[in-house]
Design a protein around this ligand. Structure first.
Ligand SMILES: *Cc1c(COP(=O)(O)O)cnc(C)c1O
Length: 378
């Protein structure tokens, strides 16, 4: 049996007529840039980010600005907040590099904080010690689809008057204390990279915020500093959501709630069938949180051997991420050494991401679980 970490082809096959029609419509209308497809998707995604119990059309919806990718969403958000050279932004040591790259891209300094050993997200207990007069923002990552500990993070941000940015690239639709990610800080940044829970067929991203002024500024920055065609109010960038991608995302967004349910079922299956394996630690869920399981990450004894064994048996497991950012060559100038972020360092040697995608079949899950148990002679 061959089981990939994610299977985008099987998903396409299930929705092919809808997708093909949407692509054709965009081309027929030559609606490539800033078209109704982009505006429609923004409205739909803003609605999707509301509290789950709001049903009236568009009531309490945040603003959504489509951009070219998730990294740009972070960069443009930080830029729109006025964060620049001489400022510091706090983020977590274990995340995809884009979270930290965006901070560097606006000229600010990255200040890493270790993660929580139970939930893998930014440890709020370690933030305050890293706050200085230069700190302007906390960039929290909802890693693997589980919201960060936002109540504690927001309380600190209020105390020190800091911006809070959610990196929600892995967490479309995750719930924290009754609210959907995207509305838990001053702004949230989403990626629609193909492998994300809501994935385009190329690069795409979005900024979601309840702050109208910030939304307008983000929209200007992403489109050459303008709102109207030849009136450039500031020097901006070209980071627009592509029309084809927007149309594809509108089709896929309708399926996202069902896909999220499937991911939760897969996660529950793994949890049920691996909880008694002594050499494996299953992921923990924060109270009041409904994760969306972008990844299902366990901690495993003899991790590298297990990974090789799974690979040999056709199971496409992965490591997210094998090297914490402070240890990456790209951040060598910060002068961190191994052990500075003990939790992130320790996890990097133990974590393993098991295949998870909505279309994965029970026979495949049975096989993966069996191989893990076989490996440990359980
Ligand atoms: C994917 C990802 C990004 C970057 O998104 P792109 O669309 O690939 O630019 C940022 N942060 C996290 C946590 C991600 O997983």
């Amino acid at each position: 049996m061959q089981i990939p970490l994610v299977d985008l082809k099987s998903q396409y096959k299930k929705i092919q007529p809808e997708i093909d029609a949407a692509i054709k419509a965009v081309i027929e209308e030559t609606a490539f840039i800033n078209s109704r497809y982009c505006r429609d998707f923004e409205v739909e995604f803003a609605d999707y980010c509301r509290a789950p119990n709001v049903n009236a059309p568009h009531a309490n919806a945040p603003y959504c600005v489509g951009v070219a990718n998730g990294t740009d969403a972070l960069f443009i958000t930080l830029k729109a907040m006025g964060i620049t050279v001489g400022d510091e932004v706090i983020t977590v040591a274990n995340t995809f590099i884009a979270s930290a790259e965006a901070i560097v891209a606006v000229g600010a300094d990255v200040v890493f904080v270790d993660c929580d050993s139970d939930y893998y997200t930014l440890d709020p207990r370690q933030i305050e010690a890293k706050i200085t007069p230069k700190t302007k923002a906390i960039l929290a990552v909802h890693l693997y689809g589980q919201p960060a500990q936002m109540a504690e993070i927001n309380a600190l941000a209020e105390k020190y008057t800091l911006f809070v940015i959610e990196d929600a690239a892995q967490a479309h639709g995750a719930i924290y204390q009754g609210k959907t990610v995207g509305t838990l800080g001053h702004a949230a940044c989403f990626s629609f990279y193909p492998g994300k829970n809501l994935g385009a067929y190329g690069d795409a991203g979005a900024i979601v915020t309840t702050d109208e002024k910030l939304a307008v500024k983000c929209r200007m920055l992403a489109n050459h500093g303008r709102l109207e065609k030849y009136s450039h109010r500031m020097v901006g960038y070209n980071s627009r959501l592509d029309g084809l991608q927007a149309a594809i995302l509108s089709v896929k967004l309708k399926h996202l709630p069902a896909w999220t349910d499937s991911r939760r079922r897969v996660a529950a299956y793994y949890t049920q069938h691996l909880a008694d394996v002594a050499q494996v630690k299953i992921p923990r869920t924060l109270a009041g949180v409904e994760p969306v399981y972008h990844l299902y990450v366990i901690q495993a004894e003899r991790r590298d051997e297990l990974l090789a064994y799974l690979k040999k048996n056709g199971v496409g497991a992965g490591i997210h991420y094998p090297i914490p950012l402070p240890q990456q060559e790209a951040f060598a100038s910060l002068g961190h050494k191994a052990g500075d972020f003990p939790v992130a360092d320790d996890l990097a040697g133990k974590i393993i991401s098991l295949p998870i995608f909505p279309e994965i079949e029970n026979t495949q899950l049975d096989y993966i679980v069996k191989k893990i148990r076989d490996f440990y002679h359980e």
